[in-house]
Design a protein around this ligand. Sequence first.
Ligand code: PEP
Ligand code: MG
Length: 591
Amino acid sequence: MKRFRELLKKSDNYIAGIPAAPGLVIGHAHLFTKEILSVTDAAADDVEAAVVSFHEAVAKAKKELNKILNYAKAKMGEERSEIFSAQLMILDDEILLGNIEQHIVQEKKQPEFIVHREMNVFLDMMRHSSDTYFRERANDIEDIKNRIIRNLQKKRLQSQVTPGVIIVSESLTPADTLLLSKWDIKGYVTDRGGLTSHAAILARSLDIPAVVGTHNCTHRINQDDLLIIDGFHGYVFVNPTEPQLAFFNEKIEKMREINQELKELKDKPSQTTDGHEIDIFANVDVTGEIDLVIANNAKGIGLFRTEQIIEEFGELPDEELQKQIYYNLSTRVYPRSVTIRAFDIGGDKVKIIDYPEANPFLGSRGIRFLLDNPLIFKTQIRALLRANIHNNIHFMIPMVSTVDEVKKTKQLIKECIHELQEKNQEYKKLTKLGIMIEVPSAAVMARQFAREVDFFSIGTNDLIQYIMAVDRGNDAVSGLYQEFNPAVLNTLKHIINAANEAGIQISMCGEMAADNQALPILIGLGLKSISASPSAIHSLKRTIRAVPYEKAVELAQKALELSSQEEVQHLLLQFFEEHNIPRTRTILKFI
Ligand code: PEP
Ligand code: MG
């Protein structure tokens, strides 16, 4: 760390941001912008030829998108590639295409002008929607519009990215992050975004280093600049000097050695130095990661975010399709278990009904939305009941704030079972029912909730934002997003105690569980299970294996009495040094 600080002191060519996904990479910058193509309302001399050119441009756009679709299928599987199929469907929309053709003929104007104007009508509507989901879909429509115009102007496809570059962008949606990864992207740097935005979570899942919330990277970095991304500390070095390159190349080499060593931990037990077992599960966001769950020997899947299915399909999948997705998932991990979370619709995530809300994070989100829309909720529950052939599906409810919400969910599950029986359809009861603890009221009432469910999973991403009253995606207040704030730690203690006293399972699936620094305190607080990105599993296990349980309990007790995050971090540093705990991954922050 000292060497790193000295290096920083001597440098003026770096940009600081939020370390969103760990890792070190060196590569060339690709400025990712949505290209603005200029069009004029010049007359079309030959209207027939203009109509033919328009259809040729649409056909070429389809060909391009088909290629992307095939690539996506190869990388993520059939189901998750549906987002591109949805884009292709727009290019088959006879009403849209017919309308554009009609205007070209009637107005005798260049087709690119008409395409631009007509598609902008939709785009404006979507961009001004209060719904994040629709705003993000606007980018997809704009991509289609630009493809057609570019092809009409016979320009080269600009949206292609040279493999192996580092993407520099004002912001990235989760879809951008996923789509760009197909070009073997080395890293992401953005002006905006926070640590737990879904684009950042996805970057971690894909194991691609990312620094977000830099404010001005798109102004300070030029196309093809050589960059070093330090996803551990949140720095980007622009056109590095020789000493900087030497420093980071040495670190990259060291990291390779550490990773090799970590892989050797695969078959070793996940227990403290004095034999306390801590189960490690995996959070799964993209289908491809399931192989990693198995390869890394995780206990199972601790969190499967089903709202991502809606995001990727572009619509709500029907009962049959959902059943197939959940069944495939549970089959692939069997005999391990999979905790499937009910749709967490709303907040900063996907929405399927466009309702304006002044405060979406405090609005109709998760279980609140589902109970207000029982048809959607029951479709998902029936799909899960029918998919649970291996008896390894655990069902989890997000954003729970009252016990009544759990009781109502149980009632709906009963009704779904009854409906399936009436139809003589095969099903198995959901193996376990649990809740996410991510709202302060649920934390406070943990004892009462423990009587109702089989397990708790602590969602620190939201819990911290609600305890600290700080928007998890807003980098302007990210300094207050403090996982080590004693207010957070005391809340965790209360939840963990309630679960342990009631004898129900307790886990954590928020990003705090993936932070090696947090592990000794979490273990000391009595947490017995964690769920994190599959790529973090080995390093978490390595830390667990170095922690003395009794000392961790003492550490946690001390931390609970402190009054600031800084004091807790200081205590932790001492703990790591005193017990010689290796500092890997997130702990590399300290090196
Ligand atoms: C959380 O809030 O910690 C969590 C795991 O849920 P999500 O990040 O999907 O809101
Ligand atoms: Mg959450």
